[in-house]
Design a protein around this ligand. Structure first.
Ligand code: NAP
Ligand code: ZN
Length: 360
């Protein structure tokens, strides 16, 4: 008889899964693999709710393999370690982000860029080494190879720090790689959601001048007073937009939906860089003339490798950077997802997994 998600592995697990493209989540019994020598068993405390979870739960990218247990901003406690694990001990506070495996041997992995390995294994909706499916952090426990487990610094809060594991590294890595950290330079952050609000905080810690580019007038006061942005540009305000043309050195584009790139490119100075990290479900139109005539660059970036993710956590711990969160119970996830789809979250939902995920 074919094995079910509940019987394919020896360890019982419980979480919330989406079963179809409605994206609606409900309780789900499944199982986790027995610990291999390199594996760590983690009791999940908190899990952030990334917009990628929503894209995936609703199959907006077209490759969701249901049932799917989303969640890739996981903070938890080590409860057991495999025989070769030296890096972690029972009781350690740890984090798991978007990836849980890679080939470990290719050139890319050797450069600590496991996130770009062709054989990368995502935390959910991916094929694990043994051919079974990976399930994410909207669940009670997870088993992860130690290479893909992060030490979670003592002075980072476990709940508000969880979003750093995806939102944080996704904006930190391109800022470093594309040289967007020079103090005094002007960064535009397009889209003030989970990724965007962490980008503002990181950019201020790097000493940049930050302008938030947003469709939500209600976010203006918070962007400046609470998050520390220097200015706010409402994308639907033509006068203010015109005045900002050619004023930015870099823009990080975190917008989750299809949107025009031309206005963002126009905001860049000559030699400016527009780095896109948002993953809309359809292609964006790229205006070539303004790129060519202004020697501007458009690039992309995907989370970060394990070494850089650890570095980012230490940086955030040093600069007291965590997400602004709305803590929810697991059974509030569907209404949270509805609000996330409407850009109505300040600025990341985090599920209080350990205190609200009651097994039936
Ligand atoms: P989020 O919290 O929903 O934030 C996205 C923001 O985009 C919204 O708050 C909103 O900001 C803006 N926005 C949404 N719809 C828009 C529209 N139709 N037109 C213009 N602006 C719109 O999402 P997130 O968790 O930060 O993720 C953002 C995107 O990055 C998602 O597509 C996600 O899948 C992707 N992502 C990529 C990576 C990577 O490695 N590259 C990692 C994580 C996530 P305003 O209200 O300010 O306009
Ligand atoms: Zn994410």
């Amino acid at each position: 008889m074919a094995k079910t998600p509940e019987t394919e592995h020896p360890q019982k697990a419980f979480g919330w899964a989406a079963r179809d493209s409605s994206g609606s989540l409900s309780p789900f019994n499944f199982s986790r693999r027995e610990l291999g020598s390199e594996d760590v068993l983690i009791k999940i405390l908190y899990c952030g709710v990334c917009h990628s979870d929503l894209h995936a739960a609703k199959n907006e990218w077209g490759f969701t393999n249901y049932p799917i247990v989303p969640g890739h901003e996981i903070v938890g406690l080590v409860t057991k370690t495999g025989s070769s694990v030296q890096k972690f001990q029972v009781g350690d506070r740890v984090g798991v982000g978007v990836i849980v495996g890679s080939c470990k041997t290719c050139d890319i992995c050797q450069q600590d860029l496991e996130n770009y390995c062709p054989k990368v294994i995502l935390t959910y909706n991916s094929k694990d080494q043994d051919g079974t499916k990976t399930y994410g952090g909207y669940s009670d426990i997870v088993v992860v190879d130690q290479r893909f487990v992060l030490r979670f610094p003592d002075n980072l809060p476990a709940d508000a720090g969880a979003p750093l594991l995806c939102a944080g590294i996704t904006v930190y890595s391109p800022m470093k790689y594309y040289g967007m950290t020079e103090p005094g330079k002007h960064l535009g952050v397009a889209g003030l959601g989970g990724l965007g609000h962490v980008a503002v905080k990181l950019a201020k810690a790097f000493g940049l001048k930050v302008t938030v580019i947003s469709t939500s007038p209600k976010k203006e006061v918070e962007a400046i007073d609470r998050l520390g942005a220097d200015s706010f540009l409402l994308s639907s305000d033509p006068e203010k937009f015109k005045a900002a043309i050619g004023s930015m050195d870099y823009i990080i584009d975190t917008i989750a939906a299809v949107h025009p790139l031309a206005p963002l490119v126009s905001l860049l100075k000559m030699n400016g860089k527009l780095i896109t990290v948002g993953l809309p479900d359809k292609p964006l139109e790229l205006p070539i003339f303004p790129l060519v005539l202004g020697r501007k660059l458009v690039g992309g970036s995907d989370i970060g490798g394990m070494k850089e993710t650890q570095e980012m956590l230490e940086f955030c711990a040093k600069h007291n950077i965590a997400a602004d969160i709305e803590l929810i119970r697991m059974d509030q996830i569907n209404s949270a997802m509805e609000r996330l789809a409407k850009s109505d979250v300040r600025y990341r939902f985090v599920v209080d997994v350990a205190n609200s995920l009651a097994s039936p």
